[in-house]
Write a protein that binds this ligand. Structure first.
Ligand code: LRH
Ligand code: MN
Length: 385
């Protein structure tokens, strides 16, 4: 049990700055009181999630949503708050010029504009000390024939090569894939295979980013995780959950058993430890629920799935597997999943000097009321879509 607790104490779950801002759908973006107005206040909220969970010591930034005059100063502010700045996410999907794509756009000038932004984000990484450039392209087409699928892949490859060349030896490029939306016929990086192939073309510092909401319904995501781990190309996750499409709901809320199966492959693959290089990041939008407690709950959901995965009796599992005992092997996983790990996590938190009940502690802290009272005036952060 000691090693399980040690693994849980050293877990590192990165929260996304954009989850602290107002978000919604094309139908409505509901505003909430106390929402941050700038990158500094988003960092403060991320630090609050870390203060109550102990395992969320970094926050990912999205540029220009988190534009700052001095990124080194923002990084210093984060350190003062007890966290660090994590992955840098460029944004080449919210400019009119990107109607037909960004790096895959048929127009060379538009491709150059997108590339310039990606390179600017590498410069920002040098200021924030971030390791990961987290790339997602909305690029795609809406109608058959709209553009050449092959030519778009050539354009994508050319841009990625130039960004890759700009990385320092300690930096990485994570290439996120997504089946559809906002493009509704073809997406230029639609699946793990396309991302993986581009990463192989680029080099070892290019890794695949698995956003759990970006697959066709019924996709066996843990197979993708096991496959990429075996090839040392799993760069990380954007954890969230969904009932239908890219719903970006709290991780584990829709399908906790799927999250458990994913964490089982992580544990079996020896990838839980930070040395594995796998980045465990959340990517969520809290359209109707209060944001800081939603992220505290999300971090706890990942902790619970991880604790259950760590309880899998690997020796028994292997024995049942090699002896072809199907029910025996499956039973090892379902037994672990059925285990109530909340007492283990409560004691881990106490050992870390934290309240065993982070959600209750946050409610009792009155922090939500405090920020709602303080953050009056100015423009609440959002996606600006
Ligand atoms: C695209 C995505 C991507 C981010 C955005 C906020 O759906 O998952 O990771 O840039 O959400
Ligand atoms: Mn994502």
């Amino acid at each position: 049990m000691a090693d399980i607790k040690a693994a849980l104490r050293s877990q590192h779950i990165e929260t996304p700055s954009w989850a602290y801002g107002n978000s919604g759908t094309r139908f409505k973006v509901f505003t909430q009181d106390g929402v941050p107005r700038n990158a500094y206040e988003k960092v403060d909220d991320a630090a609050t999630v870390h203060r109550f969970t102990g395992v969320a010591p970094s926050v990912a930034l999205h540029i220009p949503w988190d534009k700052a005059d001095d990124y080194a100063d923002l990084a210093a502010h984060a350190r003062e708050q007890g966290i660090s700045l994590g992955a840098i996410n460029p944004n080449v999907f919210q400019d009119d010029d990107y109607r037909l794509g960004s790096v895959c756009n048929p127009e060379p000038a538009v491709r150059a504009k997108a590339l310039a932004h990606l390179l600017d984000c590498v410069d920002i990484m040098n200021e924030t000390g971030s390791r990961d450039l987290s790339l997602w392209f909305a690029d795609g087409t809406n109608y058959p024939g709209q553009d050449s699928i092959t030519a778009r892949q050539d354009r994508l490859g050319a841009a990625l090569e130039q960004v890759y060349a700009r990385l320092s030896p300690s930096q990485r490029m994570l290439l996120e894939y997504k089946l559809f939306e906002p493009a509704f016929y073809s997406t230029d990086v639609p699946d793990w295979g396309t991302s993986y192939a581009h990463c192989l073309d680029l080099g070892p510092q290019a890794q695949v980013l698995v956003d759990t909401g970006h697959h066709a319904p019924g996709t066996n995501i843990e197979f993708i995780v096991a496959f990429l781990l075996r090839r040392s190309r799993l760069g990380g996750f954007h954890f969230n959950s969904r009932f239908y499409a890219d719903d970006d709901l709290m991780v584990g809320a829709a399908d906790p058993y799927q999250l458990f199966r994913i964490m089982v492959e992580i544990v079996l693959g020896g990838a839980l430890d930070a040395s594995s290089g796998v980045a465990f990041m959340l990517d969520q939008c809290h359209n109707i629920e209060p944001k800081i407690p939603a992220l505290i709950r999300s971090v706890m959901n990942v902790q619970e799935a991880t604790a259950k995965a760590l309880l899998v009796d690997q020796a028994a599992l292997r024995e049942f597997q090699v002896s072809g005992d199907v029910l025996g092997a499956n039973g090892v996983l379902t037994d672990a999943f059925a285990t109530d790990v909340r007492p283990i996590l409560a004691s881990v938190r106490e050992e870390m000097g934290l309240d065993p009940d982070p959600m209750g502690a946050y409610q009792r802290s009155g922090h939500q009321k405090k920020i709602a009272a303080e953050r009056v005036g100015g423009e609440a952060a959002g996606w600006g879509a």
